[in-house]
Design a protein around this ligand. Structure first.
Ligand SMILES: Nc1ncnc2c1ncn2[C@@H]1O[C@H](COP(=O)(O)OP(=O)(O)OP(=O)(O)O)[C@@H](O)[C@H]1O
Length: 308
């Protein structure tokens, strides 16, 4: 589904060479990114990477300093275009005294052909909570209500900013199920996340961004393969600075004489280590945690950029 060009279809949304500056901070620096019909694209990146700013350009809240932004064939600052967009932001700031059903009615009244409220309640699993006030919903339930409000107008595209921040594992899984159901209906989405596992679970395509630029882009399987690596632990007589300077090792640290490091090329790193320190002992080669894998990927992509 990702090759819209091959099918001759225009993307649903596109940033081309988009830059955005806040004072001295370059939040986006020539970002290229597109989402096609039926596609879920995850914008994955650490804090401050530019994910929220990219969504802000797509939803018309912000204007680019340079580059092009197109949404559903038009300009996102045009409200007629935005009417076909669903947005779920990080902070919704919904007044507490309204009830779930009242919110749904209120939002439905803004759209020409809203989804039936019962359908939205069933989709989001909020049926039993229809009379519940907003302040009596759990964090996960509030997120599901925000999602319900984002889809009630039958959007052609949904923007979702960090949907599961602050949710426990069960609420997170429920939210993922909800997104998968909508994906099953063919709804295209852009979602931002810090978590590689979330992008992997939900997206057709992952765009990894850092410092306002695309660092890597591909299918979840492709991105995970690029993020492959190991965690190494060992005792060594070498000074920490010498170990840290070896190529193929990242995030090197020492605690009580045991060195721990991430490596995107563990065999090569170990060869160098053993050559320099034949006494190296207590070696353990461990799988990377997913979050570590993501850090390896962003460090690796930054190295390739520097070398280019
Ligand atoms: N209104 C603003 N004024 C000044 N600087 C800003 C503003 N909004 C964002 N920035 C800066 O722009 C950069 C990108 O921020 P952005 O919020 O887009 O990143 P993000 O990837 O969404 O981060 P997070 O994951 O922490 O939400 C950061 O350095 C941030 O400090």
């Amino acid at each position: 589904m990702s090759s819209n060009d091959a099918q001759g279809m225009a993307p649903l949304a596109e940033l081309r060479g988009a830059s955005k500056r806040y004072g001295a901070t370059m939040a986006l620096e020539g970002l290229d990114f597109r989402v096609g019909r039926g596609e879920i694209v995850a914008l994955l990146g650490p804090n401050g990477a530019g994910k929220t700013t990219a969504l802000g350009l797509l939803n018309g809240r912000l204007s680019a300093d340079s580059g092009r932004v197109s949404l559903l064939g038009g300009d996102p600052r045009d409200w007629r275009v935005r009417q076909r967009l669903g947005v779920m932001l990080q902070e919704a700031r919904l007044p507490d005294q309204l009830r779930v059903g009242e919110y749904l009615q209120l939002f439905a009244s803004h759209y020409p052909e809203p989804r039936p409220i019962d359908e939205v309640l069933a989709l989001t699993g909020l049926e039993a909570l229809v009379s519940r006030r907003h302040d009596a919903l759990s964090g996960g339930e509030q997120r599901r209500l925000q999602f319900a409000l984002a889809i009630i107008g039958r959007p052609a595209l949904l923007l979702v900013d960090e949907p599961t921040v602050g949710l426990d594992i069960e609420a997170r899984q429920r939210f993922w199920q909800l997104i998968r159901r909508l994906r099953g209906e063919g709804l295209a989405m852009v979602l931002t996340t810090h978590y590689l596992d979330e992008a992997d679970a939900l997206a057709d395509r992952i765009v990894v961004i850092g410092s306002g630029r695309v660092l890597a882009e591909g299918t979840p399987a492709g991105i995970k393969a690029r993020a492959a690596g190991k965690r190494l632990r060992f005792r060594s007589a070498l000074p920490l600075a010498e170990i840290a300077a070896l190529s193929g090792l990242d995030a090197v640290k020492m605690e009580q004489g045991v060195v721990e490091a991430r490596s995107h090329a563990p065999e090569a790193a170990l060869r160098q280590l053993l050559m320099r320190d034949p006494q190296l002992a207590e070696l353990e080669v461990l799988p990377l945690k997913l979050d570590d894998a993501f850090l390896v990927l962003t460090a690796d992509a930054a190295r390739h950029k520097e070398a280019a």
